[in-house]
Write a protein that binds this ligand. Structure first.
Ligand code: URA
Length: 247
């Protein structure tokens, strides 16, 4: 596709997105990779698994893109939320754009913010070991986060920050179309499943995300603090291997 045609296509998609966000029905047929992402009006993203659901506006957001590069281009030098103020760089994601297996974490930490690559700090080293124990490598899977910019001091991402960034995560998953998603911890699980059930209850149970098998499990940072829970996480990952036929 020439640059002019691509620009035109992007412009048209933005226009359709705008129309839809206004509630106008779009009569043109949508390409497969251009779907509306509706965020439900009530979201739960409290600092504990049982915290009440904070109320957040519910816009419809479409992130256009047939490839990860296009999604990344659409994200641009993002200033959609205040996390842009403290970041060194955006941490979009890394790995195989055609991965069968995608890991979704919470948000970049200090080291990820420095390097621009997800999961390269202490929790990342554990995640790398987990991936290798599953007989995959970081190059064969895809790794990304709910929010693409580091929350200051590694605090939890806030509901508005998640809401701004979530359409890009959804676009990444729509483009990659993995067979299995592993949601690492509460934020990834609750964001993708759009529910506020505690991670201790969600983990280990197969769920569906847009028709894709999703396994919630503990976040590696939690496993570093609670090594006794590694057994449960390993059980979850073995279920994933079975589902992918690699066990
Ligand atoms: N924790 C996350 O959730 N993501 C990272 O990229 C690093 C640590």
């Amino acid at each position: 596709m020439s640059d002019d045609v691509r620009d035109l296509a992007l412009e048209l998609r933005r226009h359709l997105a705008w129309q839809e966000s206004d509630g106008t029905r779009v009569l043109l047929k949508e390409p497969a990779a251009l779907r509306t992402v509706s965020v439900p009006p009530e979201r739960s993203r409290g600092s504990t698994a049982t915290a009440p659901a904070p109320k957040v506006e519910a816009p419809s957001v479409i992130v256009p893109g047939e490839t990860l590069d296009e999604v990344r281009r659409e994200l641009g030098e993002c200033t959609r939320c205040k996390l842009c103020n403290g970041r060194t760089q955006i941490v979009f994601g890394s790995g195989n754009p055609r991965a069968e297996l995608v890991f979704v974490g919470e948000g970049p930490g200090e080291e990820e913010d420095k390097q621009g690559i997800p999961f390269v700090g202490a929790a990342g080293q554990l995640l790398t070991k987990m991936i290798e124990a599953m007989k995959f490598s970081r190059d064969t899977v895809y790794i990304c986060n709910v929010v693409k910019c580091r929350p200051p001091g590694n605090r939890n991402p806030e509901p508005e920050e998640i809401q701004s960034c979530e359409p890009f995560l959804r676009a990444q998953l729509r483009v990659i179309k993995p067979r299995v998603i592993v949601a690492l911890g509460k934020f990834a699980s609750q964001t993708l499943l759009r529910e506020d059930t505690a991670i201790t209850r969600l983990r280990g149970q197969w769920r569906k995300y847009e028709g894709i098998d999703l396994m919630p499990t503990f976040h590696p940072a939690y496993l570093l603090r609670s090594p006794d829970e590694k057994k449960k996480a390993w059980m979850d990952l073995q279920e994933v291997m079975k589902r992918l036929g690699t066990k």
